[in-house]
Design a protein around this ligand. Structure first.
Ligand SMILES: Cc1ncc(COP(=O)(O)O)c(C=O)c1O
Length: 372
């Protein structure tokens, strides 16, 4: 494995220093919370090694509303990132071929690269509203294809791929005996659509991945999970997890269980805040500024607008002014292997006021970076 640090991590707000950023529009999650907000007493938690698959009550809670899934189909991992790492390193080696959407969350591309497998990208374009054509995926399949990797709801665009389309990919993959990874890390941020069942319900070829990081404001506890109905594959995933970490932090699992047991109490205010912030950013993009155009996001808390072609902007200057003069931070296009005329704006993390001001600052920084 050849590991490389990813720009999205090197330049992440936590690495830059939260104290240097007043208007944090770079996050792909809702606002982080404090432990005291949980109203949880952990005095009686026994700090032993935990169940290797994850605390049974937590696994039950994860699949409580699912029809076709049981706790046996769940492997709790220390974060979605780890779950993705386990999936890639278990299913792929350097003779294998992977089909993956781009742009994407960097790990979904970078871990397969570290494995040195062959990769075919399905590039999503602004012109096509970041939707993909299923023929692009079908045409990319080779005899060595082991995995098709999809992220929906999508990061960095906030687009949700059509349910029929994902199901079509799943049946196609079943015919060809290929696995499908559906990274569903943003699923609970469905503030304007219904929550769809995990795609792992559909077929034992599908691995769904999710975590608590994005919707519940607790990325610091590092709890995520993968779901799959194939017993042999789950055995292999467990073996990988046991080599990496044996079990999760039992404290983290206790917190995760508490949150999922009370998930609506957490999600209701969150969805309200996101709805308001979504109206703020929609109004800004569509009525208050002229530089940017977007594909409207349908789920999650990020969007991926781009600077219109007619505006010539000094891009390094723009990002520098935005950060250094206006203490405002967004995710530059290169975090996602895209041109820096794209930027990911997160609208779930800032307060209403911070979002208003952060967006104004983007307009100001763009004006000040115009090339005459
Ligand atoms: C699509 C996607 N998957 C997984 C992750 C990793 O999440 P976690 O904090 O659970 O590791 C992220 C984080 O940005 C993400 O955007």
């Amino acid at each position: 494995m050849q590991y490389k640090r990813m720009p999205i991590e090197v330049e992440s707000p936590e690495e830059m220093g939260y104290a240097t950023i007043k208007y944090n529009l770079a996050e792909s999650s809702v606002r982080d919370i404090y432990f005291k907000d949980l109203k949880l007493n952990l005095d009686d938690v026994f700090i032993c090694y935990g169940e290797h698959r994850g605390k049974i009550e937590l696994r039950n809670e994860i699949v409580k509303d699912e029809i076709n899934l049981t706790s046996d189909d769940v492997l709790v991992c220390p974060s979605a990132a780890t779950a993705l790492f386990i999936v890639s390193t278990t299913l792929l080696n350097d003779n294998d071929h992977l089909i993956v959407l781009r742009p994407n969350y960097a790990t979904n591309i970078e871990t397969p690269r570290a494995i040195n497998c062959e990769i075919s990208f399905v590039d999503l374009s602004f012109e096509n509203n970041f939707q993909f054509d299923i023929e692009q995926i079908k045409n990319a399949v080779k005899s060595t294809t082991k995995l098709i990797s999809i992220t929906s709801p999508h990061n960095p665009t906030g687009v949700v791929f059509k349910d029929e389309l994902i199901k079509e990919i799943i049946s196609f993959a079943e015919e060809k005996n290929i696995h499908v990874l559906v990274d569903e890390t943003y699923r609970y941020l469905n503030f304007q659509t219904d929550l769809v069942p995990y795609y792992a319900n559909q077929s034992s070829n599908v691995i769904s991945v999710c975590s608590l990081s994005k919707a519940f404001g607790v990325p610091g506890i590092r709890i995520g999970w993968l779901i799959n109905k194939n017993e042999k594959l789950m055995h292999d995933f467990l073996a990988a997890k046991e080599q990496i970490i044996i079990c999760n932090s039992v404290i983290d699992e206790e917190i995760a269980h508490h949150i999922l047991k009370n998930k609506n109490t957490f999600l209701e205010p969150t969805h309200q805040l996101i709805s308001t912030n979504f109206s703020i950013i929609k109004n800004w993009i569509e009525n208050e500024q002229t530089f940017l155009e977007w594909t409207e996001p349908t789920c999650g808390v990020v969007c991926f607008p781009r600077i219109k072609n007619e505006f010539k902007i000094d891009l390094p200057k723009f990002y520098k002014i935005l950060y250094e003069k206006y203490a405002t931070f967004v995710g530059a296009g290169h975090w996602f292997e895209q041109d820096d005329c794209f930027m990911r704006i997160g609208f779930g993390y800032p307060t209403n006021e911070e979002l208003h001001q952060g967006l104004k600052n983007i307009t100001l920084a763009l004006q000040e970076s115009l090339i005459a």
